[in-house]
Write a protein that binds this ligand. Structure first.
Ligand code: GDP
Ligand code: MG
Length: 193
């Protein structure tokens, strides 16, 4: 069993999509083991996105690629500098209003949650995913307005990232250990009515 962090970002809260988003994880067979509504501050956002030291470079490369795809010149050719700019935008975005932080547990929780959320850019995210279904947001719209991509949810990118992110957002007491009768049907070898 693995755990992963999901955060409904301020646009998800403001769009009244909290219930809709939670229901997608509930019906997937994952188990909710922690949840709280809170106001994040810039310090938390910075810590969160710098957990993986390669994040600046990765996000910078992704952003530069998206500029090139549109035939535009990236604001900077150094991926780390572009990554740092994205972080500044993220601080504004994630602290703009309350968020809902959750921990979901289950088999392959990290990739399953990423699949349910869809790709980073809602416009190109697959239909049927949270990001693909609820917003026309694109790299073009976000970069044109010099803001972060408003994509409704955060989901941990790897098990290692998930462990560190969960420890950042929750203390041990907030994470519950309990059984769901439903899990017998999902996981047990033998079960009968
Ligand atoms: P995720 O794991 O799919 O959320 O994507 P990343 O970890 O690469 O980026 C974190 C967040 O930064 C994304 O969810 C977006 O909100 C924002 N973001 C990522 N790349 C860009 C970009 O190229 N431009 C802008 N404006 N925002 C971005
Ligand atoms: Mg990420």
């Amino acid at each position: 069993m693995k755990k992963t962090l999901v955060v409904i970002k301020p646009d998800g809260v403001q769009r009244n999509l909290i219930g809709e988003i939670i229901s997608r994880f509930e019906r997937s067979g994952l188990k909710l083991v922690a949840m709280k509504m809170m106001q994040a501050d810039a310090k938390l956002v910075e810590k969160h996105y710098t957990i993986d030291p390669k994040w600046f470079e990765n996000v910078g490369n992704k952003a530069i690629e998206s500029y090139k795809k549109k035939g535009m010149t990236p604001p900077n050719s150094d991926p780390i500098a572009v990554g740092k700019e994205v972080l500044e935008r993220l601080k504004k975005y994630i602290t703009a209003g309350p968020v809902v932080a959750m921990v979901w547990e289950g088999s392959s929780a990290v990739p399953l949650v990423r699949k349910i959320c869809g790709g980073t850019e809602p416009l190109s995210a697959t239909c049927g995913t949270i990001r693909g279904d609820y917003t026309p947001e694109s790299y073009q719209l976000a970069d044109g307005a010099e803001r972060a991509i408003r994509n409704l949810v955060h989901a941990s990118g790897s098990t290692e990232e998930a462990e560190k992110e969960i420890a950042l957002w929750f203390n041990n007491k907030e994470i519950l250990d309990y059984k769901l009768i439903r899990d017998m049907i999902i996981y047990d070898v033998d079960w009968s009515f």
